[in-house]
Design a protein around this ligand. Structure first.
Ligand code: SDX
Length: 434
């Protein structure tokens, strides 16, 4: 991958009677960033950017998005084209290795993944240590870092072969971990992966098959799940990906970095929003379809309620993934005959919100999580498994970003600064004198 960063321009900072000229770097899509790496040494200043909305943490060649134009591309390929023509494992290969695979490369990759889907048999007992109502994200995060204890080679983070086998094991085993956490929760027997099934079909098989009778995966359902996984596969430096990079920058193994990303994704402001959307839609249906009440609640600064599935840190126009998922939701609901009362409420909620000045002024549009839950639900996933599905989809992106970070000569251990606002120096007072 050639370095497509130009460093021919500069920016000036004037402060306290001094001037500092700083290099400006410009990427392949003409994004520009001022390089402040010498700021503190030369001026004593640090920058403040709570939430990092104006701060680049890295250069990356993996995913490009334009929040204003609603553009999303994986390694240069528009998400609309990949959604319509690719498969999840082909997209995973593209994100990780940078190029679309040849037929032979894809077949080899798929075969490797297929033959690593079993988790160590001892881990069957791991699930027994959790209560039945344990949230599957807690089990997935623990199981992911727990897997590292079986693979000491995963600590060889600069050994290409170790990174390769860890990549394959994670992509292959996360669906098994996720499905078995679900089976444990409902008290059913664990279903082993099958090597004759595709990736998404295997997840459905492990989730919904039972040992006592055959289970037929519907192709249109497997396709819908594969599409959702493609749409979730990467999203540049979102909260969970930045977490994976931050944790990975300490040189801990990849399982631990990915486990940290799973925990970050769990939050309802991030990947956990897909579960929160369905909860809200169900509450609206239960309240007789009173959409206006929840829109009003979302606008009430004292209600501490944000409408799940609306708004985005970066997309201030529309989330291209939501557009694709909305179309797929319609198809899947037709194919599965699922109750579309929630879909009707979702359409109404979207219409009301998009015409409300509060949402329009704040550029709050439906995001990837707004419709995805409707599809997961129509497929038969319980709500608390939705974010596990998001994590399985995001995994190749996390891995690609982790590999790019570890391989970059620019990478340093992440360590932001702060501005101290606490009390100034004071002397210790013995407890008798307090
Ligand atoms: C994902 O970053 C990524 O790329 C994430 C993701 C990925 O693929 O990795 O795209 C996946 O996480 C999607 C987002 C899922 N989260 C939700 O749907 C939760 C609901 N959304 C909000 O919590 C919020 O929109 C965020 C957190 C997503 C984004 O917050 P921002 O951009 O920082 O916006 P903000 O919090 O500064 O809000 C700006 C204004 C505020 O009002 P004012 O103070 O200006 O009066 O908009 C309001 C907010 O109160 N606002 C909302 C709202 N989202 C923002 N008001 C009601 N409902 C909402 N959903």
């Amino acid at each position: 991958m050639t370095d497509t960063v130009s460093r021919t321009e500069t920016a000036r900072l004037a402060f306290d009677g001094r001037e500092l000229e700083m290099p400006v770097l410009r990427g392949s899509e003409d994004e520009a960033a001022v390089d402040i790496s010498k700021l503190r040494a030369e001026t004593g200043l640090v920058t403040m950017d709570i939430g990092y909305g104006n701060t680049g943490s890295c250069t990356s060649a993996i995913t490009y998005l334009d929040g204003e134009a609603g553009v999303l591309r994986y390694r240069g390929y528009p998400i609309e084209q990949l959604a319509g023509q690719s498969s999840f494992l082909e997209v995973a290969y593209l994100l990780i290795y940078g190029e679309l695979p040849t037929r032979q490369q894809l077949d080899a990759f798929v075969s490797e993944i297929t033959h690593h889907t079993l988790i160590r048999e001892e881990m069957r007992h791991f699930f027994d240590s959790f209560p039945a109502d344990a949230h599957p994200m807690a089990v997935l995060a623990s199981g992911t870092v727990g897997m590292s204890t079986f693979y000491p080679d995963s600590w060889e983070i600069f050994d290409p072969d170790a990174v390769e086998i860890t990549t394959l094991r994670l992509i292959a085993k996360l669906p098994t971990l996720a499905a078995w956490s679900f089976k444990k929760a409902i008290g059913q027997a664990y279903v082993y992966p099958r090597n004759d099934l595709g990736y998404s079909a295997n997840l459905l098989h492990m989730m919904f098959a039972v040992p006592s009778e055959p289970y037929e995966v519907k192709p249109e359902v497997a396709e819908a799940l594969d599409l959702l996984l493609i749409l979730h596969a990467d999203h540049e430096q979102n909260a969970s990906t930045s977490t994976v990079r931050m944790v990975g920058s300490t040189h801990v193994n990849m399982y631990a970095s990915i486990s940290a990303g799973i925990n970050a994704l769990w939050g309802p402001l991030h990947g956990g929003a897909n579960e929160a959307v369905i909860n809200t839609l169900e509450r609206i249906v239960k309240s007789g379809g009173d959409v206006a009440k929840y829109v009003a609640l979302a606008k009430d600064p004292n209600a501490n309620f944000k409408l799940p599935g609306f708004g985005h840190r970066v997309y201030k126009n529309f989330d291209p993934r939501a557009t694709i998922i909305k179309r797929a939701a319609d198809r899947v609901l037709d194919a599965t005959g699922a109750d579309d009362a929630l879909f009707e409420v979702a359409l109404k909620l979207e219409e009301v919100a998009l015409n409300d000045e509060y949402f329009v002024q704040r550029k709050l549009y439906p995001n990837v999580d707004f419709y995805s839950g409707l599809i997961y639900r129509a497929i038969g996933f319980p709500k608390n498994m939705f974010t596990n599905c998001f994590a399985i989809g995001r995994l190749p992106g996390w891995i690609a970003q982790w590999r790019e970070m570890i391989a970059s000569s620019e990478t340093k251990i992440g360590r932001p600064r702060q501005v101290y606002t606490g009390v100034k120096q004071r002397d210790y007072v013995p407890i008798e004198a307090r």
